[in-house]
Write a new protein. Structure first.
Length: 148
């Protein structure tokens, strides 16, 4: 999804057009103000002028091209190395986003739509309840914990 974004997919209303996402369907998703600020900074300070309509570019040995899955994976690996954390995949970020939205009580129907899942079962597949979240939910919801 990230690799397929083009400059024209950024919309003035604070959303992004995802073309041919899951199931070959287009969808519009909101983008936070903080992300929009960072994208605009990237466009001004790093991307520069280039004939490609791809939003994200990468370069190797002076050759600039549209970011693809391989270059995204390599970027994530370099950032993980720099941060001193185990290597992750782009899917790890996807799973993390679903899990965070779920933990923050975002409607599962909204999560399904934002992620482009055709079935609610996919939300369940990607959302992983942390031990802390399970303990907290148990503390709040258990009949034995309820204050009377």
């Amino acid at each position: 999804m990230l690799c397929n974004l083009e400059l024209t997919d950024l919309r003035d209303d604070g959303t992004v057009l995802i073309r041919q996402g899951k199931g070959g369907k287009d969808r519009i998703v909101p983008v936070s103000r903080q992300v929009r600020i960072r994208i605009n900074r990237y466009l001004r300070q790093e991307r520069g002028e280039h004939e490609s309509q791809a939003l994200f570019l990468c370069g190797y040995a002076g050759h600039v091209r549209a970011m693809n899955r391989l270059s995204l994976r390599q970027l994530i690996e370099r950032l993980c190395d720099k941060a001193g954390v185990p290597h992750m995949t782009s899917r790890s970020f996807w799973r993390g986003m679903v899990t965070e939205m779920d933990a923050n009580a975002v409607s599962r129907k909204v999560i399904q739509q934002l992620m482009g899942h055709s079935r609610m079962k996919m939300v369940d597949t990607y959302s992983k309840l942390s031990v802390h979240d399970a303990i907290e939910a148990h503390r709040k919801g258990s009949p034995l914990s309820a204050k009377r």
